[in-house]
Design a protein around this ligand. Structure first.
Ligand SMILES: [Zn+2]
Ligand SMILES: [Zn+2]
Length: 710
């Protein structure tokens, strides 16, 4: 925080341009009250602000509090968090440019008093979409949301109509309060167009097209600025966005919805590594806005927080177990024991037979494998050479489509060598499988099958089966995901192979079979959250099937596994999330892992692994040593040292990326407050450690509070 003087009285929260060195940068007046003449700084040395951003109202005290809390909780500087929370153009444009921007074609903002007129006129023109009849479960949930303060965990099966509940909550709110604003968050940009279309259809006829704006990183900077300004000015009644939207300035925020609240994308993986879901709950309490977290497979943290209030729960859990309307029962989950299948078989015989049967009936299949490329590694059987990345401690992935070896961590790409680079053996072979290989393999296996149901003129009956693939590689070009999804929807595709990208959110009405060909890896991962993620992903993938009422009766989910009796799959078969959650929580309680403890990770990057670990271990010793501890934490140190466990530094699971060595250290405490106090004091210890000769070559370190991937 820096001090400047201003010729006029500026309100707290005002946006200003201030000189910093030779540059002019954006500033937010954080504390307007202080009178520099009584301060310790020589008033003569305080520089004047260069200008104010006219026409933009000051940021609210609540917004400032949200930013301060984020900075404090996630151990970052206030300025960094505040600036990152504002749209980029606000930082870049001069006051004059900003004024021009604000004057530009008077964005058709909608004063609250005019809402009624628009409602009358537009409603007649755009015949509003008819609201569906609500199920008894939806009505019950809405009644609870109306009378309780929340926060709420809406635990609803896929297809139970959660989105309609969100729409109804927003509709009730906007109708009751002519100024109220609602924030709707989704985990991924890909999911915003779908949801935006539904919100637009419902609310544009009522409140005008400008009443709804989006905020996500896929927008251009001018678009983001425009959306931000209408949210900040209050003319946008609904803001729909990804995790960054949690910082949108909304003066009359009354409702926050976090859809798919379990999704790891809500946790930022750079800068201030905040959890937008957790900040949404904090922000709701701060501003008196109701918060609804929704999921079919909630995070175990939220599940635990929504246990009965009598047991200490703080969220109200609302349950919608049934699929609505014409949707059939949840799909049947089948486990295939791969121990009894031919060795090295990618597709078991029963699964192949089931896929053929679907094609014969003109239905579609989704084959799910969370690994893109053709094969994760190339290998020479003669000398043992493997396609390691020279810059990372990882293998380069073989992409057959363009004959390349690509590192998925640093991007390093080379053409596939004709022969083993180490011994010259021309016979180098792929090991393992990715989506590309699955697509190729399946096309070959199904080459004798002919299409049954002709859906479009381009794909008449009797043509070869069409297998398509959707993953990060096939959708790199802008618009390609949309066109590929359209091909699936129109029925041009019979079998779709994809990564977790296709498991999320999209409604494929004609898909009646979803298969996970090799999901076992997550059962034995060193990351204790891997089973939780796998369960969520498989439930979500299962939710893709059976969405067409006419076909729903036959829909199935196939799991190929070497662990058919594993409790995770047993729970999945019963669609029993509560059972799975209880079992996982019991394990975590036993091991004192989150949510039964609070964690933080300190990560260090350096030229050498030794330097990275030295920094962390020196900081650890500093925390354990009484003299250093007393210096950093004062008399709190003794109490803290009994509550905090600092584990020794270890290399990260991928220890080197792009020639930078990475190490991490886990800090754990049964008390979140103690952990917070510890981390705040530890900053100085870490800074001190970095200056030591052993840490020469350290590039950076950062603290990750409540990490989601260990
Ligand atoms: Zn070789
Ligand atoms: Zn690499």
């Amino acid at each position: 925080m820096l001090t400047y003087r201003s010729p006029t009285n500026l309100p707290t929260g005002a946006l200003v341009r201030v000189p910093l060195g030779k540059r002019d940068v954006l500033g937010v007046v954080w504390d307007a009250g202080s009178d520099a003449s009584t301060g310790e700084i020589d008033p003569g040395r305080i520089r004047a602000i260069s200008g104010t951003l006219e026409g933009i109202a000051p940021l609210s005290a609540h917004w400032q509090q949200l930013v301060s809390f984020t900075a404090r909780y996630y151990q970052r500087s206030l300025g960094e968090v505040a600036l990152a929370a504002l749209p980029p153009q606000l930082r870049e444009l001069s006051p004059a440019q900003m004024l021009r921007r604000l004057r530009r074609p008077a964005a058709k903002t909608l004063p609250a008093t005019a809402a009624q007129d628009v409602r009358d006129s537009d409603a007649a023109l755009n015949a509003p979409t008819r609201e569906p009849v609500l199920s008894a479960e939806q009505c019950e949930v809405l009644a609870q949301v109306a009378v309780h303060p929340g926060p709420f965990l809406l635990f609803g099966a896929t297809g139970s109509g959660k989105t309609e509940v969100y729409l109804q909550c927003v509709q009730d709110l906007l109708a009751a309060d002519p100024h109220a604003q609602a924030l709707i968050m989704v985990p991924e940009i890909n999911l915003t167009p779908q949801l935006e279309a539904r919100f637009r259809a419902r609310f544009a006829p009522l409140y005008g097209a400008d009443a709804l704006v989006s905020l996500h990183s896929g927008m251009t900077n001018p678009q983001r600025l425009k959306a931000w300004i209408s949210a900040h000015g209050g003319s946008a009644r609904i803001v729909l966005g990804t995790r960054m939207a949690v910082f949108a300035s909304m003066p009359k925020l009354r409702l926050i919805v976090v859809d798919e609240e379990h999704d790891p994308s809500y946790k930022s993986s750079e800068g201030a590594r905040y959890s937008a879901r957790d900040l949404a709950v904090y922000r709701g309490q701060l501003e008196g806005a109701k918060v609804v977290l929704g999921s079919a497979t909630p995070s175990l943290e939220s599940w635990y927080l929504s246990r009965p209030a009598s047991e200490g729960g703080r969220y109200l859990r609302l349950h919608m177990p049934s699929r609505i309307g014409q949707l059939a029962a949840l799909p049947l989950v089948r486990r295939v024991d791969m121990n009894h299948q031919p060795r090295r078989a990618v597709f078991s015989l029963p699964l192949l037979a089931a896929i053929r049967q679907r094609i014969a009936r003109g239905e579609q299949c989704l084959i799910f494998l969370n690994r893109r490329g053709y094969a994760p590694v190339l290998h020479c059987a003669d000398c043992g050479w493997k396609s390691e990345c020279p810059h990372c401690s990882a293998f380069r992935v073989f992409h057959k489509i363009d004959r390349t070896l690509r590192c998925h961590h640093c991007g390093f790409t080379e053409r596939v060598p004709r022969a083993c680079p180490a011994c010259g053996n021309p016979d180098i072979a792929p090991i393992g499988r990715g989506t590309e290989q699955l697509e190729e393999h399946l096309t070959a296996l199904l080459s004798d099958v002919r299409r049954a149901g002709s859906v479009t003129a381009q794909c008449p009956d009797g043509e070869p089966v069409r297998v398509a693939r959707i993953d990060a590689d096939s959708t790199r070009l802008k618009g390609s995901l949309e066109s590929q999804l359209a091909a699936v929807h129109s029925g041009e595709v019979d079998v779709l192979v994809g990564t977790q990208m296709v498991a999320k959110g999209h409604d494929f009405r004609r898909i009646t079979l979803v298969a996970a060909v090799n999901p076992d890896g997550a059962l034995f991962s060193s990351d204790f959250r891997a089973p939780e993620r796998l369960f969520g992903l498989l439930m979500q993938a299962a939710g893709r099937s059976g969405r067409d009422p006419a076909l729903g009766a036959q829909s199935e989910v196939w799991i190929q596994t070497f662990q058919p009796t594993h409790p995770l799959y047993a729970a999945l078969k019963k669609h029993d999330y509560p059972g799975f959650a209880e079992q996982q929580l019991a394990e975590r309680a036993q091991a004192a892992m989150p949510p039964f403890s609070a964690q933080a990770l300190v990560r260090a990057e350096a030229r050498t692994q030794e330097a990275a670990q030295a920094l962390l271990n020196l900081a650890r010793e500093g925390a354990l040593d009484a003299t250093q501890g007393m210096a950093a934490w004062g008399t709190d140190w003794e109490a803290l040292s009994t509550l905090i466990t600092v584990y020794p530094a270890v290399p990260m699971s991928i220890a080197r990326i792009a020639n930078i060595e990475r190490a991490q250290m886990l800090v754990e405490s049964p008390s979140r407050a103690a952990l917070q106090k510890f981390l705040a004091g530890w900053q100085s210890v870490l800074h001190h450690a970095r200056a030591q000769p052993a840490c020469k070559g350290t590039i950076r370190w950062a603290i990750d509070v409540d990490p989601v991937a260990i």
